[in-house]
Design a binder for this molecule. Structure first.
Ligand code: ZN
Length: 453
């Protein structure tokens, strides 16, 4: 996560990729005044039995429940989903298999299980190559932007022009008609640059990072126009060639853009005292195409399933719904569908679990809305001896809940350089971190949902 974030890339969870091209998309902004470091106890063992005992007897709910949380048990879900099933991008056969695994766990624990189907724009890349035949030593690692269109089969060979930042006047000055428009990141969204290039008659857009390092991004919705990204250093070298003389390149992009179905898997525990208020515990269950997704986000799924396990026989005041969202990585589609179809009862809050198993730093965050739940989580973390920082974070399903006015807390560990890559494997996930996240999430759930009477 840091690798792409700190290098200015926008590949993290989906909404980060939608961020305007001109800005570093998703730096964790210290918000709410300061980034509070509430407790400095090491994570390993934090919130252990001693801390739980210290809390026992506090009014409200039974804090002994926190000692029932097991990181090792949660880790078994990571093995099942990320290792045995493997990558499970939304809309693929493995998406259904992994969803059924989650549904079976919930059913086994006695929850009423619902499969909430929704449509989303599926996207996959079949080919992405860019080469300059006259400069064979120039290695270009072009990546199709999410929702890019395709070139004709076999690709296109055309001149490359310096199209500045992709504003209409840049493209006009460059003479982009019939050419490949080389565009610098910044100023406009990737979508705007692509649309401007298409309107100017360019054959495709090549958008390079305005900083060193790789660039990933999304056009937000399907486009027929081919758009690839280049790392900053490669874009600069190509730009130098273009400025030195005529450059002809060969570009092939083959993508799949089609409507497919995914599912939010929902397990509901009706409240005993206040059944018409719903606390949502959410975790997205999809991965990107090539990543096993052990941390992003099998770890969050595992923590949510562990909460469901611990709470299966515990009566609670409010209704609690465990919602495992589909198609987060393409653009938060599952959670968007859920907030548009939440059922008859109001949502009192949302706890979002995304990336809980790698990196000791733990954040409790909102993206822009009410900090009610964040304050509760920060207080409970201090009481449990779990070190957290209070921040703002975008880029995961909590954003959709905040958009409709629901207080959220996002539990997130920001220090994973390998999320969304083939190296997001189970050996890197630490059961002790799952356990600490699960204890804190459970404390928030018990505090908010309250005792049955
Ligand atoms: Zn994620």
């Amino acid at each position: 996560m840091n690798r792409t974030l700190r290098s200015g890339g926008v590949r993290r969870c989906a909404a980060r990729r939608r961020a305007p091209a001109g800005r570093t998309a998703c730096i964790a902004i210290a918000a709410l005044g300061v980034a509070l470091s509430l407790a400095r106890a090491p994570i390993a063992g934090a919130g252990g039995p001693a801390a739980v005992r210290a809390l026992a007897g506090a009014p409200g709910w039974d804090r002994q429940l926190l000692s029932e949380v097991s990181g090792r048990r949660a880790y078994q879900h990571v093995i099942e989903l990320a290792q045995k099933i493997g990558p499970h991008a939304a809309g693929t056969p493995a998406d259904r298999t992994s969803g059924e695994y989650v549904a079976a766990q919930l059913a086994r624990d006695g929850y009423a299980v619902e499969r909430q189907a929704f449509p989303f724009p599926y996207f996959a890349v079949r080919a992405q190559t860019l080469a300059v035949p006259s400069a064979p030593s120039l290695a270009l690692h072009a990546r199709a932007m999410m929702y890019s269109g395709s070139t004709p089969a076999g690709g296109i060979t055309a001149g490359v022009v310096d199209a500045g930042r992709g504003r209409p006047e840049d493209l006009q000055r460059a003479g982009a008609r019939g050419k490949l428009a080389l565009i610098e990141r910044g100023g406009l969204t990737f979508r705007q640059k692509a649309d401007n290039a298409a309107a100017a008659g360019a054959l495709a857009a090549i958008i390079y990072n305005n900083q060193p390092g790789a660039l990933g991004g999304t056009l937000g919705r399907p486009s027929p126009f081919p758009v690839v990204s280049l790392p900053g250093s490669e874009g600069q070298r190509l730009l130098e060639l273009v400025r030195a003389g005529t450059v002809t390149a060969h570009l092939e992009v083959q993508t799949v853009n089609e409507q497919r179905t995914s599912w939010n898997i929902i397990g509901t525990k009706p409240g005993a005292r206040d059944p018409h208020r719903v606390l949502v515990v959410g975790a997205h269950r999809d991965t990107v195409e090539e990543a096993p997704g052990a941390n992003d986000n099998t770890s969050g799924v595992a923590v949510a399933l562990e909460l469901a396990e611990v709470l299966k026989h515990v009566p609670l005041g409010q209704t609690v719904r465990f919602v495992f969202f589909g198609a987060e990585e393409e653009g938060l589609f599952g959670s968007a569908y859920y907030v548009a179809h939440p059922g008859p009862d109001p949502i009192s809050g949302m706890v979002n679990l995304d990336m809980e198993g790698v990196g000791s730093r733990l954040e409790v965050a909102t993206s822009r809305g009410s900090d009610t739940l964040v304050r509760i989580a920060a207080r409970l973390a201090a009481e449990l001896g779990i070190a957290v920082s209070v921040t703002r974070e975008r880029g995961s399903d909590h954003e959709n809940f905040e958009r409709v006015g629901v207080p959220v807390v996002f539990l997130f560990r920001p220090d994973d350089p390998y999320y969304d890559t083939p190296r997001d494997t189970v050996d890197r996930v630490d059961p002790a971190l799952l356990e600490a996240s699960a204890r804190l999430a459970l404390a928030v759930v018990l505090e908010v949902a309250g005792p049955a009477r």
